[in-house]
Ligand binder design. Structure first.
Ligand SMILES: NC(=O)c1ccc[n+]([C@@H]2O[C@H](COP(=O)([O-])OP(=O)(O)OC[C@H]3O[C@@H](n4cnc5c(N)ncnc54)[C@H](O)[C@@H]3O)[C@@H](O)[C@H]2O)c1
Length: 450
């Protein structure tokens, strides 16, 4: 006998077998629940792609009902719950696993969100929970449990989550109010805050892959959650195991939400594994034919400069930058607000003097800025950055200290920071390519990831 034996309910939000609602349904079915499903209405009834896709995804869960429902249309929601009444009489639970924001509004910064985009996002992602709860409560004379899906971006600023973060904040607030309002009828309302899962909607979030990487390397469990784990927690919230829990936002995210700063033992070193990357429109860097390849390749990258910029490229100013590494830590300047480059973090480096090589410049600048003598191991990245109207040629060199150092020490305002801390700092824009490289490679070295 399963935890959900004798219980029946409605699941809103399966679009395919990657959906979180699908993972929840799988566990509910395993525990003996009787399930009804809704799906987005087909755009073209002659070609019912959506209903076919969803029905295929849920067929293994023995659906008791299967009806179209666009939560922006009241009539659709009414019909879905009328069918639930006909099918089940009364219900015990509802899974609300629905969110949407127009792509342009989701991708852009919050301040650029259009009024229409904001309304649509809030309507589908937040208001729908209230609309669903109202109908569901009428079919729950003996109490029940309703869950919705949320994300940490509703509590904190998660870059890239943008307007959906605002929706989740409103959704989580709604959960509290709904729990209060339905509590006397023993109807519980909770939110399950899931770690990132690669679903159709999830993939629309900017830098979603980066989010996955962050959870893998920075969460207390040092891994991301699996769909099955979210499903099991949903069973807990929907079953009699949690009858005393309501108004809660329960995180199923490997503990990521408790972290206030990245831990420092995630990775002890970084090197660039052997990979070949050719320039594309998206990635304007290529590994030149002359690049040395070893098991761990020395990565020399050059910018592919559009032809109209070639002339400027020749006369570009050169900057030598020392990326000083020691045991997975980097020497980073953390500038206060009262000095030039306010608020920026930076690697030691500066402009090459006349006839000075970029290597010599990086070593000299590092000595002048940090007081530390370093030896260059190799060129990491050559990158042309445009500071209109000029182009600047940045040479990043991987260096190591030539003296005894203390990781806790301060070097004229420069400090050692672990590679996993770098994404949390604010570097000048010109350093972003290098940081991506470091982040990608450093994170890739953390055991059991991605
Ligand atoms: N994927 C993640 O990383 C993640 C993490 C935390 C929370 N969540 C939340 O989980 C929930 C489910 O998302 P998912 O990641 O499983 O993606 P998904 O794309 O599989 O599910 C989203 C669902 O919303 C439905 N939907 C969108 N507009 C609708 C409308 N007008 N009417 C009815 N249904 C509509 C879609 O049909 C789809 O079934 C969302 O609330 C999402 O914000 C996702």
């Amino acid at each position: 006998m399963g935890l959900m034996s004798g219980k029946c309910g409605l699941v809103l939000g399966v679009v395919n077998d990657y959906s979180i609602a699908w993972g929840i349904s799988e566990q509910l079915h395993k525990e003996g629940a009787k399930l009804g499903f809704t799906h987005l209405p087909d755009r073209d009834p002659a070609n019912p792609k959506m209903s076919r896709r969803v029905s295929k995804a849920v067929e293994a869960f023995d659906p008791q009902m299967f009806v179209p429902c666009d939560v922006q249309i009241d009539d659709d929601i009414d019909k879905a719950f009328a069918t639930a009444k006909e099918t089940f009489g009364t219900i015990d639970f509802v899974v609300h696993s629905i969110a949407y924001a127009p792509l342009d509004d989701l991708k852009g910064p919050v301040y650029k969100c259009s009024r229409e985009g904001f309304k649509t996002s809030m309507d589908i992602s937040v208001y729908s929970l209230m609309a669903v709860c109202r109908r569901a409560s009428e079919l729950m004379p003996n109490g029940g449990s309703i869950i919705t899906l949320t994300y940490l971006g509703g509590e904190r600023v998660i870059p890239g989550y943008n307007v959906m973060g605002l929706c989740k904040a409103a959704l989580e607030s709604s959960v509290g109010y709904l729990a209060h309002e339905f509590g006397p009828r023993q109807i519980r309302v909770n939110a399950l805050s899931a770690g990132p899962i690669k679903t159709l909607s999830g993939s629309a979030v900017k830098d979603f892959d980066k989010m996955l990487e962050m959870y893998n390397s920075l969460s207390p469990l040092r891994r991301n959650v699996e769909l099955k784990e979210i499903g099991k927690t949903a069973v807990y919230l929907l079953s009699d195991m949690s009858t005393g829990v309501t108004g809660e936002t329960l995180h199923v995210d490997s503990g990521y939400h408790v972290m206030g700063a990245p831990h420092t033992d995630a990775s002890t070193e970084w090197e660039f594994p052997d990979r070949t990357r050719r320039g594309t429109a998206k990635r304007p860097f290529h590994e030149p034919e002359t690049a040395q390849r070893r098991t761990r390749t020395t990565f020399v990258r050059e910018a592919c400069v559009p032809s109209y910029q070639q002339a400027a490229y020749v006369t570009a100013k050169r900057i030598g930058i020392a990326v000083v590494e020691h045991a997975g830590h980097y020497l980073i300047g953390l500038r206060g607000p009262d000095v030039p480059l306010a608020g920026y973090s930076e690697f030691p480096g500066g402009k090459c003097q006349e006839s000075e090589s970029a290597e010599a410049c990086a070593v000299r600048e590092c000595l002048e800025e940090t007081g530390m003598r370093v030896a260059i191991e190799r060129l990491l990245l050559r990158h042309v950055h445009e500071y209109p109207p000029a182009l600047v040629e940045l040479h990043f060199f991987l260096c190591h200290p030539e003296c005894d150092i203390s990781l806790a020490g301060s070097y004229l305002g420069f400090r050692w920071l672990h590679s996993t801390q770098l994404p949390f700092l604010q570097f000048p824009e010109a350093n972003q390519q290098l940081l991506k490289l470091i982040a990608r490679e450093a994170v890739g070295r953390v055991p059991r990831i991605f």
